[in-house]
Design a protein around this ligand. Structure first.
Ligand SMILES: C[S@@+](CC[C@H](N)C(=O)[O-])C[C@H]1O[C@@H](n2cnc3c(N)ncnc32)[C@H](O)[C@@H]1O
Length: 285
């Protein structure tokens, strides 16, 4: 039990852990090994406390067998997902976007760019992309006339934070002062920053589960970022999800994965261009 858990709480049993981890793997794709039992217990503890339950059996009955199931499933998923992210995380990808991808689009006379940040967590990734687009547009006036970024995630908690676009001062401490001045409003008293409207206005958010049928996205994208999400899935699920992304990626479009994710051994119509960056081609080699 986590240290702050009061007396009287029963630890999660192996059987209860299996019911929850099986549900999550089947419906969300995230594989949770038995070694993560304590982590899951600690992440769900706050739900139990909130609902005045003292053991995980009561919680399992509530989340899977009661009329409150739908709402509590959303809360359970919010509690279990790992949402770590940062502005300009794995920064070489944003350099590649600015120095290789966007100049190539310009040379192809593509002046309207659509980008999908899939598994966007609390918004730092799509807002970073918007800043990169803004920087490129100001250095190359008239070359790109419009851009739009869609951020999706399964967690309503992080999407809520993303929509508010308010972050701690600490979360932008590593950014260049010029960028901070241009793209964030600062509230020193509250130690917070807010992403400025010129960056936010290009970004919209929606909830999407990668395990859902064919995603039903209404657009195709020139670039898809899906970084540090697939690492939680098994190989087969990873490949299925990437195949679904490909339906929404323009020919010659780019797919960015996280640095610890790879498509090696999957026979996909993608060619490698830089570490964890792939370009769609007509057929797999
Ligand atoms: C570690 S964060 C990565 C955020 C960002 N892409 C980055 O690299 O900084 C992973 C995100 O994937 C989301 N996620 C996990 N499983 C998902 C699923 N089945 N469908 C959609 N999003 C999912 C989580 O909620 C979480 O916010």
């Amino acid at each position: 039990m986590p240290n702050n858990e009061p007396q009287g709480f029963k630890e999660i049993s192996d059987k209860e852990f299996k019911i929850i981890s099986d549900y999550i793997e089947k419906n969300i794709g995230i594989k949770i090994s038995p070694s993560k039992k304590v982590m899951i217990q600690s992440r769900l503890f706050h739900r139990l406390k909130k609902l005045n339950f003292t053991d995980y059996k009561q919680y399992i009955d509530y989340v899977f067998n009661s009329e409150n199931s739908d709402d509590e499933l959303v809360m359970m998923i919010n509690a279990i997902t790992t949402n770590k992210t940062d502005f300009f995380r794995e920064t070489d990808h944003f350099r590649f976007l600015e120095q290789v991808v966007l100049p190539e689009f310009v040379s192809r006379h593509k002046n309207n760019v659509k980008i999908w940040s899939a598994g966007c967590s609390s918004g730092e990734e799509p807002y970073t992309i918007s800043m990169v687009m803004e920087e490129f547009c100001s250095k190359n006036p008239g070359k790109i006339t419009g851009y739009k970024i869609t951020g999706t995630d399964i967690s309503t908690k992080v999407l809520d934070k993303a929509c508010h676009a308010v972050y701690s001062l600490e979360s932008v401490a590593h950014l260049d002062l010029g960028l901070k001045k241009k793209y964030f409003m600062k509230n020193t008293e509250k130690k917070l920053v807010m992403v400025k409207e010129n960056i936010r206005s290009h970004v919209n958010f929606k909830r999407l589960n990668f395990m859902d049928g064919d995603f039903s996205m209404s657009e195709v994208y020139d670039v898809i970022f899906c970084r540090n999400v697939l690492i939680y899935f098994n190989k087969e699920t990873q490949e299925n999800v990437i195949r679904k992304f490909l339906r929404y990626l323009t020919p010659d479009g780019y797919l960015f994965l996280g640095h610890s994710e790879t498509i090696l051994s999957m026979n996909l119509p993608l060619k490698s261009c830089a570490p964890a960056v792939y370009k769609r081609v007509l057929k797999a080699d």
